[in-house]
Design a protein around this ligand. Structure first.
Ligand SMILES: Nc1ncnc2c1ncn2[C@@H]1O[C@H](COP(=O)(O)OP(=O)(O)OP(=O)(O)O)[C@@H](O)[C@H]1O
Ligand SMILES: [Mg+2]
Length: 289
């Protein structure tokens, strides 16, 4: 059932009549509402620029919340470059409920479940070449199809920019709160200002800005190196009237743990990264209490 609907989404609409299309749309909206009604907080991790660490922040945020005892779900809607499954070490992504109507998320740890749009791709390395409406339809259906059950938090990871995927998330999860990720240098910040403008335009409330890859401690001389400058995230937050959630250092362990499928915040190691990240998580949960 899920697959055949996905085929429809790819083609746009294949319904013989508009009425049938409208019914399906209503059904889908009802499913989304039902799914989301069981989730207390939805956090959407976004950025204007690619490669700044959105997926790493999403994976570590979900891991940290789960470690704190919150029932947490992590959803990847990055159709073109999904990386959450890899970062969480999840394979065999597609589990379907017995009635064939729902996607079942994968259990990663006691309180953490994960689902990725990658589950709907036939081959892991398959490129997805879809136009906007097909992608929108697919993500919409995906959001409504996942059987999360009751959650305290749902963390959503999307591709960079202000295109179809982020827009579809905001339109379908209007109560989501944004966490904007940037790196400290101007090239990233200028794109982040576009993200902030996007949030204002679509009325997405934000929890604040995280500055990622801010500083690196040289393992040879133990001196800090500002790989991508420093302070830009905080300055932008101040200028834009947003909360600054904190700076997270560059740490090669993040790359290793991401590739290995165990986010550092799930491992629970004590490092400069995990210490800084815990501060970001506290600032987020404090705002929500
Ligand atoms: N604080 C960090 N220290 C070191 N490496 C990091 C850090 N944050 C992210 N990375 C690494 O940078 C790379 C890009 O990160 P990630 O995939 O999370 O970015 P992204 O913003 O989600 O990218 P995309 O725009 O393609 O979705 C990954 O290899 C990741 O492990
Ligand atoms: Mg990503």
């Amino acid at each position: 059932m899920i697959h055949s609907n996905m085929e429809d989404a790819k083609k746009g609409s294949t319904c013989p009549s508009q009425q049938k299309g409208a019914n399906r749309q209503n059904e889908q909206e009802a499913m989304i509402r039902d799914t989301l009604s069981k989730i207390t907080h939805k956090i959407f991790v976004l950025s204007g620029k690619g490669g700044v660490g959105k997926s790493s922040v999403a994976a570590n945020l979900a891991s940290a919340l789960a470690k704190k005892g919150y029932r947490t779900g992590l959803m990847d809607v990055d159709v073109h470059g999904p990386s959450i499954a890899q970062m969480l070490g999840v394979t065999d992504l597609l589990d379907i409920s017995p009635d064939q109507q729902r996607i079942l998320p994968k259990q990663v740890s006691e309180n953490l479940t994960v689902v990725s749009v990658q589950a709907l791709m036939q081959e892991k390395d398959q490129a997805i070449i879809w136009r906007g409406p097909a992608k929108t339809g697919m993500i919409q259906q995906f959001i409504g199809s996942v059987e999360w059950g009751n959650l305290d938090f749902l963390i959503i990871d999307a591709p960079p920019g202000t295109g179809d995927e982020p827009l579809t998330v905001v339109q379908n999860i209007p109560e989501a709160l944004g966490v904007i990720v940037t790196t400290p240098q101007e090239v990233s910040l200028s794109d982040v200002r576009k993200s902030i403008s996007f949030c204002k335009t679509v009325k997405l409330k934000t929890l604040g800005i995280v500055e990622n890859m801010a500083g690196f401690c040289c393992p040879h001389c133990n001196q800090p190196i500002d790989l991508f400058k420093s302070g830009g995230g905080e300055k932008t937050a101040r200028e834009q009237g947003l909360t600054f959630l904190g700076s997270i250092p560059f740490d090669p362990q993040v790359v290793i743990s991401g590739d290995a499928g165990t986010p550092l915040m799930l491992e629970g190691k004590d490092t400069a990264f995990t210490e800084a990240f815990a501060g970001v998580v506290d600032k987020i949960t404090d705002q929500l209490q």
